[in-house]
Design a protein around this ligand. Structure first.
Ligand SMILES: CC(C)(COP(=O)(O)OP(=O)(O)OC[C@H]1O[C@@H](n2cnc3c(N)ncnc32)[C@H](O)[C@@H]1OP(=O)(O)O)[C@@H](O)C(=O)NCCC(=O)NCCS
Length: 207
């Protein structure tokens, strides 16, 4: 694991701390403007990020520049196990956090999508997955994303992971598509995400 050791320009990369859950949720909301996760509310979003940082089934790294976190990425060794752990540990608090939001029917979509994840994933999909990857716009195109990526990939390999899935890209998201293709991912299919949106599924072979 790299602790402040790896640097792109003036940025460095390290494991996220539990007290940074709010900052990471904020970066997610600022960068993924097509995401509907935010419809589940701020408290839910922070709980989820707390889990991504602290769960033994996930790794979460931040990029820091001049003392400020400018981006992060969260990957899991096993998506189903990660979400099962979330339900076990945060289920009640998450339910209370989401409850008021469900008065608005449009907020059902991200909830149903999350709860039916295992039906959407294909049996042959890698169990390890890149879940979140966001660099603030002012920090992009300087190699920071690449630095986080290489650091996390090394940790995944150390853990014995042989393939990685990335399924969070909307087809029109060219910076992310180019990023994944440049780092060796290959597109395996296009899935429906919500009823009116699609997502390209990428796989990176680590063998
Ligand atoms: C995808 C994303 C994480 C990439 O982060 P990034 O920090 O810009 O990544 P990098 O800087 O390593 O690479 C991006 C580009 O900068 C270029 N670059 C890297 N270092 C560079 C440098 N020193 N000088 C000039 N260009 C450089 C790379 O060649 C790359 O170009 P290309 O992708 O056009 O081929 C970022 O665009 C992002 O946060 N997007 C919004 C959220 C998102 O879509 N996330 C992924 C799907 S959920």
């Amino acid at each position: 694991m790299a602790e402040n050791g790896a640097a792109a320009g003036a940025a460095s990369v390290r494991r996220a701390r539990a007290d940074e859950a709010e900052r990471l949720a904020e970066i997610q909301e600022l960068t993924i403007d097509w995401g509907e996760l935010r419809n589940l509310g701020w408290r839910f979003h922070v709980l989820l990020h707390h889990h991504l940082i602290t769960s033994p089934d996930a790794i979460c790294y931040v990029a820091e520049k001049d003392g400020a976190v400018i981006g992060y990425s969260a990957w899991t060794y096993d998506t189903r196990r990660l979400y099962a752990g979330f339900r076990r540990t945060y289920g009640l608090r998450a339910a209370f956090a989401v409850l008021p939001r469900l008065l608005n029917p449009r907020n059902f979509r991200p909830l149903v999508r999350g709860m039916t994840y295992t039906k959407i994933a294909q049996p042959d999909d890698p169990v390890a997955e890149m879940l979140f990857f966001s660099i603030l716009p002012e920090g992009r195109h300087g190699g920071v994303g690449g630095l986080i990526f290489r650091t996390m990939l090394a940790e995944m390999r150390q853990h014995g992971v042989t393939a990685l899935k990335a399924a969070t890209v909307t087809p029109g998201n060219m910076p992310a598509v180019k990023f994944y293709e440049r780092h060796g991912f290959r597109k395996v299919r296009t899935d429906r995400f919500y009823a009116d949106t699609q997502v390209d599924v990428y796989v990176l072979d680590l063998t």
